[in-house]
Design a protein around this ligand. Structure first.
Ligand SMILES: Cc1ncc(COP(=O)(O)O)c(C=O)c1O
Length: 252
């Protein structure tokens, strides 16, 4: 058996409370089996999300000290901006403190009653922000993605025919965005193939619907493309990532 050790040293520890199986049973009952109603101090191993739960590297901690907090024109921002531009090829970068804050801004502008946001699968905060605006979120994940026990390489794909059908039914004017979540987090973190991304881009372009990539795990998705999709084994991850993002629109 191959032993895999983590390639880092953990520098700080935080004590956690070990509760008993009997206590956990009561905690679960009290929360009506809804993990969102459980106090985090009652959780020994938290599998609800990976968001903000990982340990910071020594470089990240050092970065806080080196960061420049000037009110405007901070070099930290320019470094961040350049990194995002290099990765995505997108010219305009607007920082927000968290994904859900970006969603709130986006759907306050684009959402509203009578609008539909189509996706492979919308992440829970994304759906919440869409619905809060009065719009509807539509998940159109491919058939393979609906069968957790059946193995398939790209179960995060969007159903292209279902997308075409939906656009024909509702009219593209009522669909402000098509959103691809890569990897498909609420669909079990399953990856989306480059072929699927290209097919979706084509349908969106033909119908004048902007394609939006919810790119939380773009690096992992690119890695799955490299491992599993024909023609990508020899391609460096940064090139796959650039191919994955939509063509940037001209900066006004
Ligand atoms: C696909 C996806 N979209 C949006 C979010 C929301 O991001 P945040 O937790 O930074 O608000 C997450 C968080 O995990 C996510 O996985």
């Amino acid at each position: 058996m191959q032993t895999i050790i983590e390639p880092f040293r953990i520098k700080s520890v935080e004590p956690i409370y070990f509760n008993t199986a009997a206590e956990r049973k009561i905690i679960l009952e009290k929360a009506f089996y809804n993990p969102f109603l459980i106090h985090s101090t009652d959780v020994l191993i938290d599998l609800l999300t990976d968001s903000g739960t990982s340990a910071m590297s020594s470089n990240q901690w050092a970065g806080i000290m080196q960061g420049d907090e000037s009110y405007a024109g901070s070099p930290s921002f320019f470094r961040f901006e350049k990194t995002i531009q290099d990765i995505t090829g997108m010219p305009l970068v607007i920082p927000t403190h968290q994904g859900r804050a970006a969603e709130k801004i986006l759907f306050s502008v684009l959402g509203g009653k009578g609008k539909y946001f189509v996706s492979n699968t919308l992440f829970d905060t994304t759906r919440a922000n869409i619905e809060f605006s009065g719009a509807e979120g539509i998940d159109l994940v491919c058939e393979a993605g609906k069968h957790p026990t059946v193995p398939a390489p790209f179960k995060g794909n969007m159903d292209v025919d279902a997308l075409k059908k939906f656009i024909a039914e509702k009219g593209s004017a009522n669909i402000p965005l098509c959103i691809l979540t890569v990897t498909n987090n609420s669909g079990g973190g399953q990856p989306v193939s480059m072929q699927n991304i290209k097919d979706i881009k084509k349908v969106c372009a033909a119908n004048n619907i902007p394609l939006f990539i919810d790119a939380c795990r773009f690096a992992e998705n690119a890695y799955f493309i490299k491992l599993r999709e024909a023609g990508y084994a020899g391609k460096p991850i940064p090139e796959i990532v650039k191919e994955l993002f939509p063509m940037p629109m001209a900066v006004p």
